[in-house]
Design a binder for this molecule. Structure first.
Ligand SMILES: NC(=O)c1ccc[n+]([C@@H]2O[C@H](COP(=O)([O-])OP(=O)(O)OC[C@H]3O[C@@H](n4cnc5c(N)ncnc54)[C@H](O)[C@@H]3O)[C@@H](O)[C@H]2O)c1
Length: 695
């Protein structure tokens, strides 16, 4: 069913929105809604109408299956449906049985009365897609709930339980018990009241709207990190205060059309669909059975192991945490407690929630305590010999059917699986630091990983509130393999004439949460040094700038040693440019015989970002990533790539692949930037030549 059903109860027509899973307002449903409203009005026995949603949700808004199709714009549009309800000569009562979001809430606001089940949430989340509510939401919501609440809801997109709006015109009654019966009784009570109340006829009440809007505008500008939509939401809501309804609505429409065509909104919508696409694995259908995960275990209580254990505890899953030495175990548990208490101090958790989470963590020194866990995640030192010892042990003790996962960042998951007699049960779960905070979880599918293990890991990522992205086995998986090329180019830029702080500033202006040098100082420069030393042996033909080694040779490992690419004052995280680094850079350039040149911000951004794109294209072509949008998800959720750019691959699409390839041929002419690297990946070259894009 993807339409509206119609029944009558006494003198009330009950129209049920029925378009699973969330009653999206698709074309078929919109058509039937208008027909049902007309039918009720044509029937002399009907005195009032009730609109209710089938299932748990009233309506999730636009039907995402119809996004970017002609159906989305076909009549009757949502505007027409809302007009039909608002202009109905008989009263229309909406019964909010559950979530009313976006267009679903706009429809409800266009009706004459609203009753709700307790706890039904309402939201206008359009801002999260870089747009604003375009069917009267910015004009009717402030008239219903007041300026302050409406601004908060529209600018943040957050869900608000209907109880919080009790006493406003958004909710006339909260119905305990049978909602439809309550709504029908309500409709019968008000059936003869005239004139019909319409939100459009109300005024927005506020003692000093001008001053309040000015205050909001300032805080929104500060918080929206270069995004346009939140500010436009304020503009649209202001129109609800200053303009008559129809003019305000026309203004809302013009802002909506402006935003919907913006690069920013296209990027945010791309990310919305990319997130959904990432959970689809072509040869692992949605109905693949998963293994139950009731208990978990983590081996190693260091930086990552502690954070991973927190993820399980926060999701309510009991987790055993194993270390070899009691001191390491105590330290790991103390860090976990400190992190939880810090969240409690910020008001994110209650003291009781901290206690509950801590009670789910079971520290141990004995493998026997892990044996019954449904999944075990290994997070010990990044050393194949140590991993071998741990996996051989896990193979001995873990119950049959347990999933054996490794958090390795660089080692071969297939080799790790070979240390067990059950390679089908082995998988990589690559968390990002800090593991209790970062959204990304790369799920590394080994050659023998079985499909149900993969499906279970993907389902687990959702329970842990992570974005799971599947990666094949290769050095660095998706994210770090691309990062290596990006960092190489950033170091070449320093050799050629840019200072670390200039590279960081250019990329931060582009929108990255942190430039590469500040990021390296945070992660620890020794990590990259360790990897480069391995590369010098494995790949002697690849050129690496040695300037990063010079920094490390002086013990400048970053924030943890008080100095790296920058210097740091004790107890502070602010990166302060350091003349010592500049001297090292200048001396190194002299050694290479390189005369520094002025490098534009544009070149910095293009070389750094297109390095990601070229490696990303290879990763897609090799099947390491299932699709280009998965690469984008990795960078958006794990590497601070700006949401308004949609990820590196989407950004390349927006620049045009032809232009990307042209820029690469310019870079290839520069002998210092690794000309061989700038040969476009075959997939990129082919798409550019055919005038196509990655998505
Ligand atoms: N730090 C990061 O940013 C990061 C990010 C992603 C993945 N990783 C990977 O996660 C793993 C752990 O890294 P980390 O940064 O947490 O290291 P860490 O040094 O902070 O912690 C490792 C812990 O493992 C313990 N350990 C060592 N051998 C053990 C054994 N045989 N049995 C039980 N415990 C043992 C150590 O006592 C230590 O507490 C590595 O594979 C690393 O590559 C790290």
């Amino acid at each position: 069913m993807s339409g509206a059903s119609y029944t009558t109860r006494g003198g009330v027509a009950v129209i049920t929105l029925d378009n699973p899973p969330v009653n999206g307002l698709g074309h078929a449903l919109r058509t039937e809604l208008v027909a049902a409203i007309d039918r009720a009005n044509a029937d002399p026995a009907v005195r009032a109408l009730v609109l209710v949603g089938a299932g748990k949700v009233f309506s999730g808004g636009a039907d995402i299956k119809e996004f970017n199709t002609p159906k989305a714009l076909a009549e009757p549009t949502l505007h027409t449906v809302i007009r039909a309800a608002e202009e109905s000569p008989k009263p229309v009562v909406v019964a909010l049985n559950g979530l009313a979001m976006g267009g679903g809430l706009e429809l409800a606001l266009g009706c004459h009365y609203r009753v709700a089940a307790p706890g039904a949430p309402v939201a206008l989340p359009e801002v999260k897609l870089g747009i604003l509510p375009g069917a009267g939401g910015t004009q009717r919501l402030p008239r219903a709930v007041g300026l302050e609440t409406a601004l908060e809801m529209i600018v943040t997109g957050a869900q608000v339980p209907v109880e919080r709006l009790r006493g406003t015109a958004l909710v006339d009654e909260i119905v305990e018990g049978d909602l439809v019966a309550g709504a029908v009784a309500f409709a019968e009570r008000i059936a003869d009241r005239h004139p019909l109340p319409r939100l459009r006829d109300r005024k927005v009440e506020h003692p000093d709207p001008e001053a309040f809007l000015q205050f909001v505008r300032k805080s929104v500008a500060a918080a929206s990190r270069g995004l346009a939509a939140p500010g436009k939401c304020v503009d649209a809501v202001e129109a609800a205060v200053t303009l008559p309804f129809e003019e305000g609505k026309a203004f809302e429409r013009s802002l909506f059309l402006e935003l919907v065509q913006s690069a920013e909104s296209k990027a945010l919508r791309h990310a919305f669909f990319a997130e959904r696409a990432a959970s689809k694995i072509p040869d692992v259908p949605d109905d693949t059975p998963t293994r139950p995960i009731r208990t978990a275990a983590v081996v190693g209580a260091g930086t990552m192991g502690g954070g991973i254990a927190m993820n399980f505890a926060s999701a309510g899953i009991p987790v055993a945490l194993l270390e070899v030495k009691p001191e390491a175990l105590e330290k790991g548990v103390a860090t976990i407690r400190k992190n939880y208490e810090a969240s409690a101090k910020k008001g994110k958790l209650t003291a009781a929630q901290v206690q509950e989470a801590m009670a789910l963590i079971r520290p141990t020194l004995h493998y026997a305590d892990l044996a019954q866990a449904d999944i075990v995640i290994e997070a010990v030192f990044e050393d194949m010999a140590v991993k071998e010892q741990v996996f051989r042990r896990l193979d001995e003790v873990m119950k049959p059917g347990a999933i054996l996962a490794t958090n390795t960042s660089t080692l071969d998951v297939d080799r790790i699986a070979s240390f067990t007699r059950r390679p089908g049960d082995v998988i990589g779960t690559h968390f990002f630091s800090p593991a209790n905070v970062m959204k990304l979880l790369e799920i590394v599918r080994g050659a023998e990983t079985s499909k149900d293990v993969l499906a279970t890991a993907m389902a687990l990522s959702k329970r842990l509130r992570k974005t799971g992205v599947v990666s094949g086995v290769c050095d660095g998986f998706i994210g770090n393999r691309m990062l290596e090329q990006y960092l190489r180019q950033c170091l070449f830029l320093v050799e050629e004439g840019a200072l670390p702080q200039e590279v960081d500033a250019a990329l931060e202006a582009f929108g990255l949460a942190m430039g590469p040098f500040r990021m390296s100082d945070l992660a620890g420069n020794d990590v990259g040094w360790y990897i480069r030393k391995r590369r010098y042996v494995e790949k002697p033909h690849v050129r690496y700038s040695k300037i990063a080694d010079r920094i490390c040779e002086r013990g400048r490992f970053g924030q943890k040693t008080g100095a790296g690419w920058y210097r740091y004052e004790p107890g502070r995280r602010e990166a302060i440019p350091d003349p010592v680094v500049e001297e090292l850079v200048v001396a190194y350039r002299r050694e290479l015989g390189l005369a520094p040149r002025k490098i534009s911000r544009e070149e910095i951004v293009e070389r750094a970002v297109f390095a990601l794109v070229n490696e990303g294209a290879k990763i897609v072509e090799e099947g390491i990533a299932l699709r280009a949008s998965d690469v984008d998800m990795v960078y958006l959720t794990g590497y601070g790539f700006p949401a308004r750019r949609g990820g590196p691959m989407h950004y390349a699409d927006s620049v045009g692949l032809y232009n990307v390839v042209r820029a690469m041929s310019r870079f290839a002419a520069n002998p210092h930037g690794d000309p061989a690297f700038w040969t476009p990946a075959p997939l990129l070259a082919r798409l550019a030549a055919e005038g196509k894009s990655f998505s």
